[in-house]
Design a protein around this ligand. Structure first.
Ligand code: G1P
Length: 274
């Protein structure tokens, strides 16, 4: 039912300079796997087969990663290292990758709007690869797809954030509907801590109904003079129903050096145990 996942991946990754000068931030690895591959695996687990990736200048490594490298395959064929490519090879074969470029960085909302030709008129998921998530028993996107079956409306994943760091996120004002599920009445992008309507912060997982595209076309620039996805979903919430879902699992902010190191340590220690 949710067949496509959109990955906004055109950003400059300035917080990771100089590492991201010549390589996309989505290609930075946690252990031996690039961030965006974790995202694609989460989407596949949710039953999604089409990955719609919004790239930009300097992002070609993403396309190469989700393709066959004949030279590399030829070099390691029959050697003890061949197994290292198995995982990515079967991932590439199990889904379809579509791409378009965002020419100007005009915000997350603009990135999503750029993806309209890849999505068309159907509900879809959005995954921000630098929010690395590990679901409790099932992945976060899969949890959300299951919720979509029940409510058939746009869904944002939220987590509780304490203190001033709430102003790094989109924040919802919402009323509880069932355990971990809220109906959104309002939302605001990166509020001052005193103005935050709650401590429920949006993280980079969304299910969106396709009316979002027309709304985005009519959404003026907001915070930081960018077209904000939060503002467009707010319009959906005012016109109909939007749900906030407190997901079960962990989330690492791999867009920051601290979160990136935290994720690296977490996955390293986990692999040691397994
Ligand atoms: C974006 C969204 C924000 C959301 C955040 C989650 O912000 O605009 O609403 O809370 O992702 O990571 P960014 O971190 O790209 O500035």
């Amino acid at each position: 039912m949710i067949r496509k996942c959109l990955f906004p991946a055109a950003g400059y990754g300035t917080r990771f300079l100089p590492a991201t000068k010549a390589i996309p931030k989505e290609m930075l690895p946690i252990l031996n796997k690039p961030l965006i591959q974790y995202g694609v695996e989460e989407a596949i687990e949710a039953g999604i087969k089409t990955m719609a990736i919004i790239t930009g200048r300097g992002k070609r490594a993403i396309e190469d990663h989700f393709d066959i490298s004949y030279e590399l395959e030829h070099q390691i064929k029959g050697t003890s290292k061949e197994y290292l490519l198995n995982e990515i090879r079967s991932l590439v074969e199990s889904c379809v990758f579509t791409y378009t470029r965002q020419r100007e960085m005009r915000g997350l909302g603009h990135a999503v709007l750029t993806g309209e030709p890849l999505i068309g008129n159907e509900p879809f998921a959005v995954l921000l690869a630098d929010d690395l998530c590990e679901g409790e028993s099932v992945g976060v996107l899969k949890q959300m797809v299951e919720l979509y079956r029940k409510y058939r409306c746009s869904i944002v994943a939220v987590m509780e954030v304490e203190g001033d760091s709430i102003s790094k996120y989109g924040v919802v004002e919402a009323k509880p509907l069932e355990e971990g599920v809220y109906v959104v009445s309002d939302m605001v992008e990166k509020p001052e801590p005193a103005e935050a309507p709650s401590n429920l912060a949006i993280i980079g997982r969304y299910i969106l109904t396709p009316d979002i595209f027309e709304i985005l076309q009519n959404t003026p620039p907001g915070k930081n003079k960018e077209i904000q996805l939060t503002d467009a979903i707010r319009t959906q919430a005012k016109n109909g129903m939007v749900i906030a879902y407190r997901f079960r699992g962990k989330r690492f902010d791999c867009g920051s050096v601290e979160g990136f190191v935290e994720a690296t340590n977490y996955f390293y220690n986990k692999n040691l145990v397994n």
